[in-house]
Design a protein around this ligand. Structure first.
Ligand code: NAD
Length: 251
């Protein structure tokens, strides 16, 4: 198992890719902290199924873009589960708004949750890991949209492209201190976020025609790459961003 006895915190773990990452990490031997802004009840079935595999689990409701809540979440994680080894910055939202109509609030909401949360959770995590002279790994979730224009995303796409720069820049500062930082850019992955695409008889075929594999990906297909990046198998990999998109951005 790639992540035996590690402790991993996954933000936005109640559904979709975050849930898939928590499941695969647990299968690879990790104990998991499930974070989401959603009520903890939403994470309970996942927590129970992970517990049944013999792993320890903690569910923490918190806004990953709020410093007070993030600091309290890491404090609780350290106390109840132990020192966290792996952070996955997965929480994110996507809205679709024409550029000329976008409001300040729409810009700030997307930027805060997609970009600031990754920076903030990473800073709180890294400060603790460095203070304890431990080692760590961070996996950030970017997007296909860091390399591809989709309409109505003049807030979302920059927030995701910036994750790539955040990954490189954090890596330059914290890798010498023992923490690797990498990023995954998912393509079209079947989750509640993309439900409207998967159910659209007009849009879905247009998108699939652009993907070399001709299909959407599943959360566990992103999760297996996250597990690799978080594991010792990727011990000489840092500051990198990898597209997990079935061959979309390169086609
Ligand atoms: P999703 O909407 O299905 O799930 C996202 C989860 O994040 C939800 O459970 C939500 O409650 C949680 N969340 C939102 N704001 C939060 C906050 N402030 N604090 C904590 N949790 C919060 O989305 P998904 O499809 O699973 O996407 C996961 C990540 O992958 C996102 O960052 C998304 O932008 C990115 N991504 C997804 C796709 C895709 O095709 N699904 C493609 C590219 C990138």
């Amino acid at each position: 198992m790639k992540l035996a006895n590690k402790i991993a915190l996954v933000t936005g773990a109640a559904q979709g890719i975050g849930k898939g990452i928590a499941e695969v990490f647990a299968a690879e031997g990790a104990n998991v902290i499930l974070n989401d802004i959603a009520a903890p009840g939403k994470m309970e079935p996942l927590a129970q199924s992970i517990r049944k595999q013999g792993r320890r689990v903690l569910s923490v409701q918190a806004d990953a873009s709020n410093r007070e809540q993030v600091e309290a979440m890491f404090e609780r994680s350290w106390k109840e589960l132990g020192p966290v080894d792996i952070l996955v910055n997965n929480a994110g939202i996507e809205t679709i708004v024409p550029f000329l109509e976008m409001t300040d609030k729409q810009w700030v909401d997307v930027t805060n949750i997609n970009l600031k949360s990754g920076w903030l959770c990473s800073q709180v995590f890294c400060r603790r890991v460095v203070a304890e002279k431990r080692q760590g790994a961070i996996v950030n979730l970017g997007s296909i949209q860091s390399g591809k224009v989709l309409p109505g995303r003049t807030h979302y796409a920059p927030s995701k492209l910036a994750i790539e720069a955040l990954t490189r820049n954090m890596s330059a500062e914290v890798t010498p201190l023992g923490i690797r930082v990498n990023c995954i850019h998912p393509g079209l992955i079947e989750t509640p976020m993309t439900d409207w695409v998967m159910k659209s008889p007009e849009i879905l075929p247009q998108v699939l025609a652009q993907i070399s594999m001709g299909r959407a990906g599943q959360p566990n297909e992103v999760a297996s790459v996250a597990a690799f990046l978080a594991s010792d198998e990727a011990r000489y990999v840092t500051g990198q961003s990898i597209f997990v998109d079935g061959g979309w951005v390169g086609k």
